[in-house]
Design a protein around this ligand. Structure first.
Ligand SMILES: [Fe+2]
Length: 256
């Protein structure tokens, strides 16, 4: 049974489904794929005062009730996809940021095209509060596509890394696909999630990545990326990780 820790399944809160019917269709697709638990992670990038945890939890409970009535065996818990900011601790204090299912784990996203210079400080400020940041879709950041080894000190200091299933499948372009492979090869990625938004082109599906991830890390380790690791995150259990390996720069003819 898969656990999906990054999914925009709640209705009417971000760029996920507009109505609850869309949430239920995503849920049915996820269940058919073998998912048993989803963390609803609405964006908090364009913070609206109504997007606090209590309201999201109420919305998730509403979706859960509909799922139960339809006999869909899926558990929905609540998190948020926190946009990196210099004042993340203050955002935690006033409820603009919160963790996955009340655990120590918090999903954090960075801008796609640049790496803010306060990122490392903001992440370690979370760690100083006893939290474990999980970097969302690391393979999609251009900085890491060019220099994946930049992630290594962060992982060595306890940051976890989430890859998006669609990236491994090539849905976000060759650079993201290559970066996802490199991060897996070097123990710089720990969990695969769907980052699902709908039932058409950003789907809540994980199984398709298993053969691909399996080729890189082996079938057993690939399974942990979608099963035991994300389940431990939701249950607030520790996650054992393999030590990351340095990513050696490929020499190009320009270096010669
Ligand atoms: Fe997302």
């Amino acid at each position: 049974m898969f656990t999906d820790i990054h999914c925009h399944i709640l209705p009417g809160v971000d760029d996920g489904p507009g109505e609850i019917e869309g949430s239920l269709a995503m849920a049915a697709q996820a269940v058919a794929d073998g998912t048993g638990q989803i963390v609803a992670t609405p964006h908090n990038m364009h913070w609206r005062p109504g997007a606090h945890r209590e309201r999201m939890s109420a919305l998730a409970a509403q979706v859960q009730q509909e799922l139960d009535q339809r006999g869909l065996a899926l558990r929905i818990v609540v998190g948020t996809e926190v946009y990196i900011a210099p004042d993340l601790p203050a955002r935690l204090d006033d409820g603009r940021a919160y963790t996955i299912n009340g655990s120590r784990y918090i999903l954090v996203e960075l801008p796609f095209t640049f790496w803010p210079d306060f990122s490392e400080d903001a992440l370690s400020a979370l760690q100083e509060r006893g939290l474990v940041p999980i970097l969302a879709h690391a393979e999609r950041y251009t900085t890491l596509q060019r220099d994946p080894d930049r992630l290594r000190p962060l992982v060595e200091h306890g940051i976890l890394v989430q890859l998006t299933a669609g990236s491994l499948l090539g849905g976000f372009g060759r650079e993201a696909q290559r970066a996802a492979q490199v991060l897996l090869e070097h123990n710089l990625a720990h969990v695969i999630a769907s980052d699902g938004h709908n039932t058409t082109y950003r789907v809540p599906v994980l199984s398709a990545t298993l053969p691909l991830a399996g080729k890189i890390v082996g079938p057993e380790a690939a399974q942990t990326l979608v099963e035991s690791v994300p389940a431990a995150i939701v249950a607030n259990q520790p996650v054992a990780i393999a030590p990351p390996r340095p990513v050696l720069k490929q020499r190009s003819w320009l270096d010669l």
